[in-house]
Design a protein around this ligand. Structure first.
Ligand SMILES: [Mn+2]
Length: 443
């Protein structure tokens, strides 16, 4: 399935052109790939590429460095990548090498990353500014400074070093926020695979007893559909475990009468899906579970119905928080003066996280939520943005409410694309109405 859902070379070229158009004249951008991370002794975690590097190259090997130079308005791209190494490749896998990189990745030149220090003084000479991704990675900053030093020591040979360091991330992040039609196709596929995995989890509850067994069923469904890995560590949380927001231990037995909260999504060709479903282990909601469930579901629908160009997370938040406050007051879970509860946003006692987030190459994808000079204006939605909408209600076992509500944890999360006229829910194949869930689970 995954083979057809890829990003074309033309689109990677367009991304680099679009990025370069935002660069100052006479500047160089240096974008680093990720490096492999040791899991234990001589084994590594499965490699995950730096998403900004991947966005601009589609290149999935570790330790590469992309250089985009803009000189007198002319843009050139140079990739530094791992050299071919027959011995290493026999043990660890094939490398693209340099000879094939120009054609397959569309860069103007490719050299071994082992030789980058000899190229950098010439690349940086006479440039005004250097862009790179500001982050906590001290290794990257030290490398940049080292290369700048290499230019400075050549001053008497006429070399001129850049004097400005600029963050590349805001430019790339703005690009990544608006998805192309090719990206949407990949994300739609990732969403559908993930939805199928949630269906499988619901039916698997008849057969299996432990949270990790349900997790295994989902990973199986991801992989056989072409998405070999989860986009993030799956949360498979039975009963009160759902009240732990990032519960990933997944090692407890499921209990009849409990709910099972599953937050899991596949990664397909670098792109994440992020779905949460909550359903009864035995296939039938109890009345209190159904009451809270339908409240959360209605809140989610209210938010999704409001998504269109020009709307904002702030607007959705107000709608959802108001709706849930009224609902919880009606049930006696929130008590006190309604207006005071609304003014003080007391719903956050039970709806303890945000309503949603951008989704893309990262599960919590990049892109500012606030805009304007102070970054405090609400960002209006635009066609091509993809976000999650995931309201939840969490009532811990020790909550000061009627006993029948205690231990209920419900989150419902879909992936939604903003379109020209409104929005499109990418994850509708994961059942979410009480009727659809109970029917699928055979109760
Ligand atoms: Mn999410």
């Amino acid at each position: 399935m995954s083979a057809t859902f890829t990003i074309s070379l033309d689109e990677f070229l367009l991304r680099r052109t679009t990025f370069a158009a935002q660069m100052q004249n006479n500047s160089v951008a240096i974008i680093f790939a990720n490096t492999e991370v040791t899991r234990s002794n001589d084994t590594e975690y499965h490699f995950c590429q730096d998403k900004n590097f991947f966005y601009l190259t589609g290149f999935n090997e570790p330790d590469g460095i992309l250089v985009i130079a803009k000189v007198k308005g002319e843009v050139s791209t140079t990739l530094f990548s791992l050299p071919k190494d027959p011995h290493h490749e026999v043990w660890h896998g094939r490398r693209l090498g340099q000879a094939l990189a120009t054609e397959s990745l569309g860069v103007d030149a490719c050299f071994s990353v082992d030789d980058i220090d000899t190229h950098m003084p010439d690349i940086l000479n006479g440039m005004h500014a250097v862009y790179y991704s500001f982050s906590g990675n001290q290794g990257v900053a030290a490398k940049i400074q080292g290369w700048l030093d290499d230019v400075r020591v050549r001053a008497r040979q006429g070399f001129v070093a850049p004097t400005a360091l600029l963050d590349a991330k805001p430019i790339i992040h703005e690009q990544r926020l608006i998805k192309s039609s090719q990206e949407i196709a990949v994300m739609q596929a990732a969403s559908e695979i993930s939805g199928k995995a949630h269906q499988r989890a619901m039916t698997a509850c008849k057969t299996f007893q432990f949270e990790y067994q349900i997790e295994a069923e989902m990973l199986h469904e991801f992989a056989i559909n072409g998405a070999r890995f989860a986009a993030y560590n799956s949360i498979v949380a039975g009963g009160d475990n759902g009240n732990i927001l990032h519960y990933t231990a997944n090692d407890m037995a499921l209990k009849q009468g409990d709910l099972l909260l599953i937050d899991a999504g596949a990664e397909l060709n670098g792109y994440a899906a992020d779905i949460t479903r909550t359903f009864p282990v035995n296939g039938t909601f109890t009345d209190p579970q159904k009451t809270i469930y339908n409240l959360v579901l209605a809140a989610q629908q209210l938010a999704i119905d409001a998504i269109k160009p020009g709307a904002s997370f702030a607007e959705l938040n107000t709608k959802v928080n108001t709706f849930l406050t009224h609902g919880l007051v009606d049930l006696g879970i929130l008590q006190g003066d309604l207006q005071t509860l609304l003014d003080e946003n007391m719903v956050k006692k039970y709806f303890i996280h945000g309503l949603g987030h951008w989704l893309g190459l990262d599960v919590h994808d990049v892109g500012d939520y606030g805009i304007g000079e102070d970054g405090k204006q609400h960002r209006p939605f635009e066609p091509g943005m993809v976000m999650t909408i995931e309201p939840g209600i969490y009532i811990p076992l020790d909550a000061d409410v009627d006993e029948k509500w205690r231990g209920i944890a419900i989150r419902i999360e879909d992936n939604v694309l903003v379109t020209e006229s409104g929005c499109q829910n990418l994850t509708i194949n994961a059942p979410k109405s009480v009727e659809d869930i109970e029917q699928l689970m055979g109760s």
